[in-house]
Design a protein around this ligand. Structure first.
Ligand SMILES: NC(=O)c1ccc[n+]([C@@H]2O[C@H](COP(=O)([O-])OP(=O)(O)OC[C@H]3O[C@@H](n4cnc5c(N)ncnc54)[C@H](O)[C@@H]3O)[C@@H](O)[C@H]2O)c1
Length: 351
């Protein structure tokens, strides 16, 4: 069996992570990529020995591409997933699936109608530490889970498209709480429906750069009364924050992505230390293998194995759709100042 031919759509930040995430997956090879920027396109071609294309359509039409991985800005996810489905290609899309639930529903509908295999790329639930947390929760180590708390932050995104809230579909909440929302569903069980959401968001620091919220807090209430809180920030200094806490009636478990085993005091820069590190001298906290630590290796292994086996991946487009539904409710709540119901179309979520 020849390796799965992967077409990487987007050769930017996450396109690189997704490509590196496949380095230990011999059953797949990135054979082609597309990027609108000629410099990025050529640099990626040289580095990964992959065939460059300039457009979404050209990449989807490449006969060697079996699986399209969408690593493009939020506003292009829908167009890219629909193009891959129309070309009869399997497709996996990064978070957030859509800018809103309507876009995500279109994507779910398109892959179903075309009968192509699909996956949602949510890496955090594949991070080894969080998988261990899940094992402990499932083993009953902390009793019945009562609440979950996610805190994610950094000092602001690296590319212009994130800052344009109309183009991106939202600010820090959509960008970061898409992770925490799926972590909550992963730990509580995906059959448990989220019923309502309360959220606050404000532009506290970056008003000159964005109309989107740069800080937000969201409480998700589930059908059995339990709750998850996602607290996110684009104004948090001192490096990437990713803390996930689970509280039960017989214990608690805390996972802090930001506390690796290396801390160093350096007077001279050592090059790249980690995503959104904020400092390259002084006390620094280098991440040893960020692609693995952040869950991309395990996520892409699951994607390729599931695709080859013809089974559903752990994270499906339906999961991405539900996350979008929850986040849509949060944005409604930010505007209304009230709890807002989570509206899920049973036809999209079923089927
Ligand atoms: N899982 C994660 O932790 C994670 C982290 C970062 C970003 N992301 C997601 O990945 C997506 C992309 O973010 P990024 O950080 O890689 O952005 P980026 O700006 O670093 O990369 C995006 C790339 O897309 C290219 N591009 C733009 N328009 C194009 C078009 N029409 N055709 C082809 N190429 C085009 C750009 O030239 C750029 O190289 C976003 O949806 C973001 O939410 C996920």
């Amino acid at each position: 069996m020849r390796p799965v031919g992967v077409g990487m759509l987007g050769a930017g930040f996450i396109g690189e992570f997704h490509t590196l995430g496949l380095r230990y997956v011999p059953e797949a090879r990135v054979v082609a990529h597309a990027d609108a920027s000629p410099e990025r396109r050529e640099a990626f071609a040289a580095r990964f020995d992959s065939r460059p294309h300039a457009t979404i359509e050209a990449l989807c039409a490449d006969p060697e591409v079996d699986l399209v991985i969408v690593s493009l800005p939020n506003h292009l996810h829908r167009e890219a997933v629909l193009a891959a489905a129309a070309a009869g290609k399997a497709v996996a899309c990064t978070k957030p699936l859509g800018r809103n639930a309507a876009e995500a529903a279109d994507m779910v509908g398109a892959v179903r109608a075309a009968g192509v295999w699909s996956a949602y790329l949510e890496n955090v639930v594949f991070n080894l530490d969080l998988m261990r947390v899940k094992e402990m929760v499932d083993a009953g180590a902390i009793g019945r889970v009562t609440t979950i708390r996610a805190r994610e932050g950094h000092s602001g995104p690296h590319a212009a498209h994130f800052w344009d809230a109309e183009l991106a579909g939202g600010g820090a909440l959509l960008d970061m709480a898409s992770h925490g929302t799926e972590v909550a569903r992963y730990l509580l069980g995906k059959d448990l429906a989220a019923t309502e959401v309360f959220a606050w968001g404000a532009t506290l620091v970056h008003g000159a750069r964005t109309t989107g919220e740069d800080n937000a807090v969201m409480v998700i209430r589930f059908e059995d009364g339990r709750a998850a809180t996602c607290d996110v920030s684009w104004t948090s200094k001192g490096g990437l924050e990713g803390r996930f806490e689970v509280y039960g009636d017989a214990g608690r478990i805390v996972h802090d992505m930001g506390t690796g085993t290396i801390r160093a005091f350096i007077e001279r820069p050592a090059g790249y230390l980690g995503e959104k590190a904020d400092a390259d001298t002084g006390w620094v906290f280098p991440v040893p293998d960020e692609v693995r630590v952040h869950g991309h290796d395990a996520m892409l292994a699951d994607v390729v194995e599931s695709f080859r086996a013809g089974r559903a991946p752990q994270e499906t487009l339906r999961d991405g759709y539900i996350v979008n539904c929850i986040l849509d409710s949060a944005y409604r709540s930010m505007r209304s100042g009230r709890w807002e119901p989570v509206v899920v179309d049973p036809e999209v979520a079923g089927g």
